[in-house]
Design a protein around this ligand. Structure first.
Ligand SMILES: Nc1ncnc2c1ncn2[C@@H]1O[C@H](COP(=O)(O)OP(=O)(O)O)[C@@H](O)[C@H]1O
Ligand SMILES: O=C(O)C1=C[C@@H](OP(=O)(O)O)[C@@H](O)[C@H](O)C1
Ligand SMILES: [Mg+2]
Length: 184
Protein backbone atom coordinates (compact mmCIF):
# COMPACT_ATOMS: atom_id res chain seq x y z
CA UNK A 1 0.00 0.00 0.00
CA UNK A 2 1.55 3.33 -1.01
CA UNK A 3 0.52 6.69 0.41
CA UNK A 4 0.22 9.89 -1.57
CA UNK A 5 3.57 11.47 -0.85
CA UNK A 6 5.78 8.52 -1.82
CA UNK A 7 8.72 9.78 -3.90
CA UNK A 8 9.62 7.90 -7.08
CA UNK A 9 11.88 4.83 -7.01
CA UNK A 10 14.91 6.99 -7.85
CA UNK A 11 15.21 8.02 -4.17
CA UNK A 12 18.18 5.84 -3.31
CA UNK A 13 18.03 5.37 0.42
CA UNK A 14 15.47 2.75 1.39
CA UNK A 15 14.60 2.65 5.11
CA UNK A 16 12.95 -0.50 6.46
CA UNK A 17 10.90 0.19 9.60
CA UNK A 18 8.69 -1.87 11.90
CA UNK A 19 8.49 -3.62 15.23
CA UNK A 20 11.40 -5.79 16.41
CA UNK A 21 11.22 -9.20 14.77
CA UNK A 22 9.42 -8.09 11.60
CA UNK A 23 12.45 -8.93 9.44
CA UNK A 24 14.13 -5.55 8.76
CA UNK A 25 17.67 -6.90 9.17
CA UNK A 26 16.99 -10.22 7.40
CA UNK A 27 15.19 -8.75 4.40
CA UNK A 28 17.27 -5.60 4.27
CA UNK A 29 20.30 -7.75 3.50
CA UNK A 30 18.44 -9.68 0.80
CA UNK A 31 16.98 -6.58 -0.83
CA UNK A 32 20.34 -4.79 -0.81
CA UNK A 33 22.01 -7.78 -2.46
CA UNK A 34 19.33 -7.89 -5.18
CA UNK A 35 19.59 -4.17 -5.88
CA UNK A 36 23.39 -4.16 -5.63
CA UNK A 37 22.96 -1.53 -2.91
CA UNK A 38 24.95 -1.23 0.30
CA UNK A 39 23.29 -2.81 3.34
CA UNK A 40 23.28 -0.70 6.51
CA UNK A 41 21.93 -1.80 9.88
CA UNK A 42 21.81 1.24 12.17
CA UNK A 43 21.91 -0.98 15.27
CA UNK A 44 25.14 -2.54 14.01
CA UNK A 45 26.66 0.90 13.39
CA UNK A 46 25.80 1.85 16.97
CA UNK A 47 27.29 -1.34 18.41
CA UNK A 48 30.49 -0.94 16.40
CA UNK A 49 30.77 2.76 17.29
CA UNK A 50 30.29 2.09 21.02
CA UNK A 51 32.17 -1.19 21.14
CA UNK A 52 29.37 -2.96 22.96
CA UNK A 53 26.08 -4.77 22.26
CA UNK A 54 22.75 -2.99 22.50
CA UNK A 55 21.81 -4.82 25.72
CA UNK A 56 25.16 -3.68 27.21
CA UNK A 57 24.50 -0.12 26.06
CA UNK A 58 21.06 -0.12 27.67
CA UNK A 59 22.59 -1.38 30.92
CA UNK A 60 25.49 1.09 30.97
CA UNK A 61 23.89 4.20 29.49
CA UNK A 62 20.11 3.69 29.68
CA UNK A 63 17.37 3.86 27.05
CA UNK A 64 17.24 7.67 26.81
CA UNK A 65 20.91 7.80 25.80
CA UNK A 66 20.25 4.99 23.30
CA UNK A 67 17.41 6.95 21.69
CA UNK A 68 19.59 10.06 21.37
CA UNK A 69 22.48 8.10 19.88
CA UNK A 70 20.39 6.09 17.39
CA UNK A 71 18.83 9.35 16.17
CA UNK A 72 22.25 11.01 15.82
CA UNK A 73 23.57 8.05 13.81
CA UNK A 74 20.52 8.19 11.51
CA UNK A 75 20.84 11.92 10.91
CA UNK A 76 24.62 11.82 10.52
CA UNK A 77 23.89 10.35 7.07
CA UNK A 78 27.29 8.68 7.48
CA UNK A 79 26.37 5.74 5.24
CA UNK A 80 26.04 5.30 1.47
CA UNK A 81 23.33 7.05 -0.58
CA UNK A 82 22.58 3.86 -2.50
CA UNK A 83 21.69 1.76 0.53
CA UNK A 84 19.00 -0.36 2.12
CA UNK A 85 18.93 0.75 5.74
CA UNK A 86 17.49 -1.48 8.46
CA UNK A 87 16.42 0.62 11.42
CA UNK A 88 15.88 -0.32 15.05
CA UNK A 89 12.25 -0.95 15.90
CA UNK A 90 11.93 2.14 18.09
CA UNK A 91 13.69 4.61 15.80
CA UNK A 92 10.62 5.93 13.92
CA UNK A 93 8.83 6.55 17.22
CA UNK A 94 11.23 9.08 18.67
CA UNK A 95 12.00 12.73 17.91
CA UNK A 96 11.52 13.64 14.22
CA UNK A 97 13.31 10.54 12.99
CA UNK A 98 10.42 9.40 10.80
CA UNK A 99 10.03 12.82 9.19
CA UNK A 100 13.77 12.84 8.53
CA UNK A 101 13.63 9.40 6.88
CA UNK A 102 10.60 10.38 4.77
CA UNK A 103 12.49 13.49 3.62
CA UNK A 104 15.73 11.63 2.87
CA UNK A 105 14.62 8.42 1.20
CA UNK A 106 11.86 5.89 0.84
CA UNK A 107 10.33 4.34 3.94
CA UNK A 108 8.55 1.02 4.09
CA UNK A 109 6.77 -0.35 7.14
CA UNK A 110 6.82 -4.17 7.47
CA UNK A 111 3.57 -5.00 9.26
CA UNK A 112 3.13 -8.30 11.15
CA UNK A 113 0.67 -9.49 13.84
CA UNK A 114 1.92 -9.62 17.46
CA UNK A 115 1.72 -13.42 17.68
CA UNK A 116 4.00 -13.84 14.65
CA UNK A 117 6.44 -11.25 15.99
CA UNK A 118 6.47 -13.03 19.36
CA UNK A 119 7.14 -16.39 17.72
CA UNK A 120 10.26 -14.89 16.14
CA UNK A 121 11.47 -13.07 19.25
CA UNK A 122 10.86 -15.76 21.87
CA UNK A 123 14.10 -17.51 20.94
CA UNK A 124 15.96 -17.56 24.25
CA UNK A 125 18.60 -15.13 23.00
CA UNK A 126 19.10 -11.90 24.96
CA UNK A 127 19.28 -9.56 21.97
CA UNK A 128 16.56 -7.01 22.78
CA UNK A 129 16.58 -5.54 26.28
CA UNK A 130 13.05 -4.15 26.02
CA UNK A 131 11.54 -7.65 25.92
CA UNK A 132 14.08 -9.26 28.26
CA UNK A 133 12.46 -11.97 30.41
CA UNK A 134 9.16 -11.90 28.52
CA UNK A 135 7.89 -15.10 26.95
CA UNK A 136 4.72 -16.75 25.64
CA UNK A 137 1.45 -14.94 26.30
CA UNK A 138 3.17 -12.24 28.37
CA UNK A 139 5.39 -11.39 25.38
CA UNK A 140 2.42 -11.33 22.99
CA UNK A 141 0.48 -9.02 25.34
CA UNK A 142 3.53 -6.73 25.67
CA UNK A 143 3.95 -6.56 21.89
CA UNK A 144 0.24 -5.81 21.42
CA UNK A 145 0.53 -2.90 23.88
CA UNK A 146 3.73 -1.52 22.33
CA UNK A 147 2.42 -1.94 18.78
CA UNK A 148 -0.71 0.04 19.74
CA UNK A 149 1.58 2.89 20.89
CA UNK A 150 3.83 2.72 17.82
CA UNK A 151 1.46 1.95 14.93
CA UNK A 152 0.66 5.65 14.59
CA UNK A 153 4.31 6.31 13.77
CA UNK A 154 4.93 3.25 11.59
CA UNK A 155 1.91 3.97 9.37
CA UNK A 156 3.38 7.38 8.46
CA UNK A 157 5.85 5.49 6.30
CA UNK A 158 5.45 6.07 2.56
CA UNK A 159 4.73 2.36 2.06
CA UNK A 160 3.28 -0.42 4.21
CA UNK A 161 3.76 -4.08 3.33
CA UNK A 162 2.32 -7.20 4.93
CA UNK A 163 5.30 -9.02 6.38
CA UNK A 164 3.75 -12.47 5.94
CA UNK A 165 5.08 -14.36 2.86
CA UNK A 166 7.80 -11.75 2.50
CA UNK A 167 9.95 -11.76 -0.62
CA UNK A 168 12.42 -9.43 -2.27
CA UNK A 169 10.12 -9.23 -5.30
CA UNK A 170 7.20 -8.06 -3.14
CA UNK A 171 9.40 -5.43 -1.54
CA UNK A 172 10.54 -4.25 -4.99
CA UNK A 173 6.95 -4.15 -6.27
CA UNK A 174 5.85 -2.04 -3.30
CA UNK A 175 8.80 0.32 -3.82
CA UNK A 176 8.05 0.63 -7.54
CA UNK A 177 11.34 -1.00 -8.55
CA UNK A 178 11.05 -3.20 -11.64
CA UNK A 179 12.59 -6.68 -11.63
CA UNK A 180 13.17 -7.30 -15.35
CA UNK A 181 13.81 -11.03 -15.10
CA UNK A 182 10.03 -11.46 -15.19
CA UNK A 183 9.82 -9.74 -18.60
CA UNK A 184 11.66 -12.58 -20.37
N1 LIG B 1 9.86 -14.02 6.69
C1 LIG B 1 10.36 -14.64 7.78
N2 LIG B 1 9.93 -15.87 8.12
C2 LIG B 1 10.41 -16.48 9.25
N3 LIG B 1 11.34 -15.96 10.08
C3 LIG B 1 11.80 -14.71 9.77
C4 LIG B 1 11.35 -14.00 8.61
N4 LIG B 1 12.01 -12.80 8.59
C5 LIG B 1 12.82 -12.78 9.67
N5 LIG B 1 12.72 -13.93 10.39
C6 LIG B 1 13.43 -14.29 11.62
O1 LIG B 1 12.91 -13.45 12.65
C7 LIG B 1 13.96 -13.02 13.53
C8 LIG B 1 14.01 -11.50 13.51
O2 LIG B 1 14.43 -11.08 12.22
P1 LIG B 1 15.25 -9.72 12.06
O3 LIG B 1 15.58 -9.58 10.61
O4 LIG B 1 16.35 -9.65 13.07
O5 LIG B 1 14.13 -8.65 12.46
P2 LIG B 1 14.27 -7.12 12.90
O6 LIG B 1 15.57 -6.61 12.37
O7 LIG B 1 13.07 -6.46 12.26
O8 LIG B 1 14.22 -7.13 14.38
C9 LIG B 1 15.25 -13.66 13.02
O9 LIG B 1 15.47 -14.86 13.76
C10 LIG B 1 14.93 -13.99 11.57
O10 LIG B 1 15.65 -15.13 11.13
O1 LIG C 1 11.95 -1.76 19.33
C1 LIG C 1 12.91 -1.21 19.95
O2 LIG C 1 12.78 -0.25 20.73
C2 LIG C 1 14.29 -1.75 19.69
C3 LIG C 1 14.51 -2.59 18.61
C4 LIG C 1 15.85 -3.16 18.32
O3 LIG C 1 16.08 -3.31 16.92
P1 LIG C 1 15.33 -4.46 16.04
O4 LIG C 1 13.97 -3.89 15.65
O5 LIG C 1 16.21 -4.71 14.85
O6 LIG C 1 15.19 -5.65 16.93
C5 LIG C 1 16.96 -2.28 18.90
O7 LIG C 1 17.05 -1.06 18.19
C6 LIG C 1 16.70 -2.02 20.37
O8 LIG C 1 16.67 -3.26 21.04
C7 LIG C 1 15.39 -1.28 20.57
MG1 LIG D 1 17.20 -5.61 13.28
Amino acid sequence: MTNANAPDASAHRIFLIGYMGCGKTTWGKKLAARLNYAFVDLDTILEEKEGMTIPEYFTTHGEAAFRNLESAILKSGDYPQRAVISTGGGLPCFFDNLEWMNANGQTIYMNLPPAVLASRLDNGKDERPIIRGKHGDELIAFIEEKLAEREGFYTQAQHTINGINMSVERLMDELGIEHPEENV
